[in-house]
Design a protein around this ligand. Structure first.
Ligand code: FAD
Length: 402
């Protein structure tokens, strides 16, 4: 049994530690360094904000900026980027420990936004020297906010059917069309986007990847209000928007392959697995000590807590599995889908538990009701549950496509 576990979760140095998932000496020292830095430098109003999701992120932009500056001074703003481009050059395990400690403190997992996680890594691989020199230093200093223009009203799960059109006119592309669900577009300085440049080619082959200054004439951003009453994402309209050809990343009509590059830079959802446990711990505290203490004797609630506690442990193990694959240089495939699917559906079950615990108080606007409404998005953003199940069924279980 131990051998099997060692084989699967091969990411600590000492053999026995692999079974308990304890840190090696070197890992423990790194964890202490990260923890001490958080205790000394993290703004107080940000501690715990990571568990509240995107809404809390955008309402605390001042504190986020202060924290981002501290991380930038330390060289930790882009943990996964190579050092030559100003990143921290951390190993997978070091990044994992850093994420764990940030999540443990309730800090947002990523203060650099899409610039650090998506467009920066894409430019490192596919950008021209001019594009790297223009954008990478500004991303690292936190001077620009980026948004992602992929989804359209008719293209989400089937992203390659996107229709926003870009037509070459001399040294420029002229863009017409619409994007939707664009997170943070109302605050963004730049967008990285996918456009259709060849409508006659097979759908994956007629797409191009462009960088667009959001101040360019012809762009209209219209915020969408979520069911929770927050405005985190938008519709973005393009009317004869002129973008220099030098803002194209990679070749024309090869944008699909550029757009999917960043997947390699993504890390496990350990942050959300720990966020889930912390959320559950604070609900437990409330059930034991708060106004609802007598309600905690109800068998239904006790069983719900027990089940969610077991599932939170399973979520942690699934994210360890993803990281152990990455630490061995492998790219997680259906394993990452299993992790995303289980974690996002668990978030919703915990939001249900929270509403049961709050009882009638769940009908007013508070942490429980907001969390319940916000959790709806968990199984849509980043690939819906059906898409994750399709991946697990075909790539993990080798079942034929439907
Ligand atoms: C909070 C949030 C933030 C987002 N931020 C961004 C952003 O910044 N930029 C951006 O570009 N996009 C963003 N999105 C959009 C997100 O990527 C899409 O919502 C997602 O890919 C699903 O696409 P869709 O909404 O068009 O739904 P659809 O793809 O139309 O799906 C509708 C339903 O059909 C099901 N379905 C679709 N295809 C299949 C299939 N093959 N088999 C079985 N069932 C299927 C889906 O599971 C779903 O239940 C965000 C979404 C959310 C919720």
């Amino acid at each position: 049994m131990r051998e099997r576990i060692r084989e699967r979760f091969d990411f600590t140095e000492a053999a026995d530690d692999m079974v308990t998932f304890a840190d090696s000496e070197r890992e423990a020292a790194w964890r202490r360094e990260v923890r001490e830095f958080i205790q000394k430098e993290a703004p107080k109003e940000l501690l715990g904000a990571g568990e509240l999701g995107e809404g809390a992120f955008f309402s605390r932009l001042g504190a986020i900026k202060a924290w981002r500056d501290k991380l930038a001074q330390k060289g930790w703003i882009a943990p996964a980027w190579p050092k030559e481009y100003g990143g921290a050059g951390l190993s997978v395990v070091e990044q994992f420990i850093m994420n764990e400690e940030f999540a443990e403190a309730g800090l947002p997992a990523n203060v650099g936004g899409f610039g650090v996680t998506m467009v920066g890594p894409t430019l490192i691989v596919h950008g021209t020297e001019e594009q790297k020199a223009e954008h990478l230093p500004r991303i690292l200093k936190g001077e620009v906010i980026w948004c992602q223009g992929y989804s359209e009203p008719g293209a989400g799960s089937d992203l390659a059917s996107l229709q926003t059109r870009a037509v070459r006119d001399g040294d420029e592309y002229v863009i017409n069309g619409q994007k939707i669900w664009t997170t943070g577009a109302q605050f963004a300085d730049w967008m990285y986007m996918l456009v259709r440049t060849d409508p006659d080619a097979p759908k994956h082959r007629g797409i191009t990847y462009l960088l667009v200054d959001m101040k360019t004439p012809g762009i209209t951003v219209r915020p969408l209000t979520t069911l929770a009453g927050t405005q985190t994402f938008n519709e973005v309209f393009f009317e004869d928007v002129r973008v220099p050809v030098k803002n194209r990343v990679g070749e024309e009509n090869r944008g699909w392959y550029v757009g999917t590059t960043t997947l390699d830079f993504e890390r496990s959802s350990i942050g959300s697995a720990i966020g889930i446990r912390k959320n559950l711990e604070s609900l437990l505290q409330r059930a034991k000590e708060g106004k609802d203490a007598s309600f905690a004797r109800s068998p239904m609630l006790r069983y719900e807590f027990a089940d969610r506690w077991i599932e939170a442990e399973v979520a942690r193990m699934l994210s360890y599995r993803v990281v152990s694959l990455q630490a061995r240089g492998l790219i997680p495939n259906y394993e990452a889908s299993m992790c995303k699917l289980f974690t996002s559906e668990l978030q919703q079950r915990i939001a249900n538990l929270s509403m049961h615990l709050f009882g009638m108080h769940g009908n007013i606007r508070n942490r429980a009701s907001m969390g319940y409404m916000m959790s709806v998005a968990a199984t849509i953003a980043g690939g819906t549950s059906e898409i994750q199940r399709n991946i697990i069924a075909t790539r993990g279980l080798s079942l034929p496509r439907g």
